[in-house]
Write a protein that binds this ligand. Structure first.
Ligand SMILES: [Zn+2]
Length: 339
């Protein structure tokens, strides 16, 4: 191999990496689903630049971070809790523009992505949490059966139609959709779901109150820390355990063409996820990864995910768990501390 080829290749790789990093920054700055950052969301007017400190405090008080809930030790002396999670959105991501070809891109999640993911989880004997909008499950009812067959996975709520909750802009309608979603999954799985993940990670003014009232054990939609914490609303503890997510540990910004940050190189994505896991391992907290069957379920990406799982399994003291197992454990530890 000539040295000019090698240096040309390495310069090309650097350019590619730089382009990826730039696009990634853009994607993380402008997350596609973070509609709440746009000024036109009903009930969420802009905070004026001449607002007083009190006014700003009030405007950020709806949901804020309370105490950290990482326990002193994880079960069996594990150093870190690892949660693989999948949002089974499929076709519903194209609900507003339901053209046949984009819909098929989502349908891939049901036909190919999910079965391939379940096969990988079986092969590696690790559990995962699946958040399924009810209508997504209704379109392909075999998905829930396939997930339950593994006997180690969790199914949680992810909306009725993958509705953007602040855009529903009607508390009664939002509550009706939440109730329907819980009832649908309870009937389909034989177990009432205990975990909630808001579609597009978007909360309305009512969402937190409604999920508390519905008795959820935990939420997984916020990003104020990268370890379990409690959610406060207007300064009050809500007793809701937050198992936080982040755009960095999500497949969407890296792989989706419309996400502005896409460079379909599973090796680079592996490096980012590995970096997140490595520090979680050092800090003895949690590593929660969010993926989608129609995105990560593709061939080259599944290979990248398997490489990550194998890497994490090679470290001593890694607890692979569903989010509900982590929330149950955190809750039990909290109760012991308070006793
Ligand atoms: Zn989703």
């Amino acid at each position: 191999m000539s040295s000019s080829f090698v240096s040309g290749f390495s310069a090309g790789l650097k350019t590619l990496t730089l382009a990826f990093v730039l696009r990634l920054c853009l994607a993380l700055l402008l997350p596609p689903a973070a509609a709440a950052q746009e000024p036109s969301i009903p009930g969420f007017p802009e905070i004026p630049i001449d607002a007083t400190e009190d006014q700003v405090r009030q405007r950020v008080a709806l949901v804020r971070a309370g105490e950290k809930l990482t326990p002193r030790a994880w079960p069996n002396g594990a150093r870190v809790a690892v949660c693989l999670s999948f949002d089974v959105d499929n076709e519903l991501l194209w609900r507003r523009t339901p053209l046949p070809v984009p819909l098929s891109q989502g349908e891939y999640g049901a036909t190919t992505g999910l079965p391939r993911i379940l096969e990988l989880l079986d092969r590696q004997s690790v559990p995962a949490s699946f958040y399924i909008p009810a209508m997504s499950a209704a379109l392909d009812p075999q998905m829930i059966q396939e997930i339950l067959r593994g006997k180690r996975h969790e199914i949680g709520v992810h909306g009725w139609m993958h509705e953007n909750l602040p855009m529903v802009a009607d508390a009664a309608k939002e509550e009706k959709l939440l109730t329907q979603s819980i009832e649908y999954l309870t009937k389909a799985t034989g177990k009432r779901p205990v975990g909630f993940r808001a579609p597009s990670w978007a909360f309305s003014e009512s969402t937190l109150k409604q999920i508390q009232k519905a008795g959820f054990l935990y939420d997984s939609s916020f990003m104020a820390m990268d370890e379990p914490y409690e959610l406060l609303s207007h300064g009050q503890d809500t007793r809701m355990i937050e198992l936080p997510i982040n755009w960095i540990a999500d497949d969407y910004p890296y792989y989706e063409p419309q996400a502005a940050g896409s460079l379909p190189d599973p090796e680079l994505v592996f490096d980012v996820y590995k970096g997140e896991f490595d520090v979680a391992y050092q800090e003895r907290t949690t590593f929660i990864l969010t993926m989608h069957p129609h995105i990560t379920g593709h061939r080259s990406r599944i290979a990248g995910l398997e490489k990550l799982i194998v890497y994490m399994k090679s470290k001593p003291g890694v607890w692979f768990a569903t989010l509900d197992q982590v929330a149950e454990y955190v809750k039990a530890q909290q109760e012991q501390v308070k006793r």
